[in-house]
Design a protein around this ligand. Sequence first.
Ligand code: NAD
Ligand code: WQD
Length: 341
Amino acid sequence: MCVLITGGGGYIGSHVVLALAETQKQIVIVDSLENSSSSVISRLRELVGDGVKIDFVRADICDGPALDRLFKEYDIKSVIHLAGYKSVAESVEDPVKYYRNNFSGTLSLLSAMRRASIFNLVFSSSATVYGDTAISPISEAAPLNPVNPYGRSKAFVEFMLQDVSVSDPRWAIGVLRYFNPVGAHFSGRIGEDPLGVPNNLVPFISRVAVGRLEELSIWGADYPTPDGTGVRDYVHVMDLAEGHLAALEYIYGRPGFHTWNLGAGIGYSVLEVIRAFEQASGCEIRYRVCARRPGDIAQSWADTTKANSELQWKARAGLYQMMKDTWNWQGRNPDGYEQSR
Ligand code: NAD
Ligand code: WQD
């Protein structure tokens, strides 16, 4: 029996595949490659070696018949569902695109899983579902108050999953609310490679470091935080990946609906991130302080008590390690996966 990873060609999914390869002999990835590259799949196969089989199906999760064929071909026990869009700004410009892919895509997946009698699901949600009212450290009990279409698409999926879990006791669903995933696999072969100009802080910094971007704009230094810049909970993507394994383990035999925050539980400011990156890479990061970015909040970090106690999961990497691994990836692959996109 094997595990299906939707979006396994993407940034987080590819790291989840590597973590899963420690315990699984066969992994199936479904990805449209809309925001990833086929070279990720070949690099994953190189990294896991001959002992683990990674099958790749290029398909859109909105395509029900394609999912039916996939579930018929492989003996799948559970699904880790990461496929989706993730840009807040784009979701404001084109909300329908986001609801279609993130919400309808998940609906299509759930329907196909039900047809195939597969009821174990781990879903990638986001701390963005808490919106701008929650007080840090944010616990899973905080109300959901998403403030943009991307966040709402995630919250709507969470509500749907909750309803589905009530409707049939065979469903075992784990929802993971990621804080700010950063870093890369220690090999430097797999990492984050956003198309176009990155929206997120760490990929932006690393592109300044390799000379692909001139300088970082710091979006506001007048927040009520210790140094005035925004504070976030950065979590190493390999720690995050381990969290998926723990969640999968937990839901086997525990049907129902479960939610966990996956973060380090520590907040770092933009300036602290820049300094840690400079130390880890030896590169100087040029920056300019600009006005606040609309929609940003001052600070956000996770209360990770629930994941610590229920999943026995705790993020291990500190900020320096996260920046070192980011640089190890970006420095070795200044153009990312460019050649094969
Ligand atoms: P990513 O874009 O790198 O990966 C997503 C993958 O899904 C891509 O390979 C893309 O080609 C694929 N995909 C998208 N729509 C698809 C579809 N309809 N059918 C098949 N494949 C499809 O993004 P990521 O950073 O790896 O994020 C993975 C998940 O985690 C997303 O659901 C995202 O919303 C969530 N998330 C990400 C972050 C973050 O900061 N990166 C934070 C919180 C939550
Ligand atoms: C971090 C800090 C910025 C870029 C976003 C999504 C969220 C989630 C993770 C998916 C903030 C500052 C950033 C830059 C800057 N994604 N910054 N200059 O905003 O916490 O969350 O990504 O679920 O939904 O909203 O992450 O990396 O964009 O920003 O100064 O060029 O860095 O203002 O304080 P954010 P981020």
